[in-house]
Design a protein around this ligand. Sequence first.
Ligand SMILES: [Fe+2]
Ligand SMILES: [Fe+2]
Length: 259
Amino acid sequence: MSLSRILTIGDIVGPQAVEHLNRHLWDFRRLNDINLTIANGENACTGNGLDAQTSNLLLSSGVDIITSGNHIWHKRDIREYLDSTDAVIRPANYRTTTPGSGYTKINVDGYKYLVINVMGVVYMDPLDNPFYTVDRILNHESGHYDFSVLYIHDEATSEKLAMAHYFDGRIDIMFGTHTHVTTADERILPRGSGYITDLGMCGPVDSVLGIRSEIIIEKLTTNMPVRFEIAEGPVEACGAVFTLDMESKRITSIQRVKF
Ligand SMILES: [Fe+2]
Ligand SMILES: [Fe+2]
């Protein structure tokens, strides 16, 4: 039976997390027979955002596609950079004049994977309707890919789950992030799509969302503005591995992973 294994990793938070992937990701890929890796890079730089240099480091560390969300825009060079690469995408439901693309295609072992990035609108910025945005991309790309992946950047678990049911059977692999907290609901949906609501993050374990917990506690107890600082200490990458059976063309398993 020939299998394809797709590793998905949550939001990479800060330079220590980038360094962690640089040190461990190729080994993880080899040990777990990973064919394709997709990770969120919106918080990879100090002070949030992604720049060209950090992106290139992640791409050489074993990440094939970098997705993003509301925090992607912080660094000055990202707009130009997004227009220059197919390996980094931003939410597709920004207006059409926004730099970069909301989806990409990648060839892996002779198969074409369509990877779409969308952002929710519940407790998030009021972008275009994410359901219809993805519908439009699927219609436009129909017949031009073998497998499809939907990455949902979203706060509300209910909105991610609703999208998962809406696209069940039409998209092979679906997963979310943005909360930086892993959910334990990985499963194969009734019409065959593999899904997990939130992968969590790749960042400092002893933190709140990757930020020093004292700072977040101060913010929440005083309601005063604070300066975010990335926490020190051990880093863990949280994600999930989706296994595709290439003969039946179906997802056969989803497994949460940490390394
Ligand atoms: Fe994030
Ligand atoms: Fe986010």
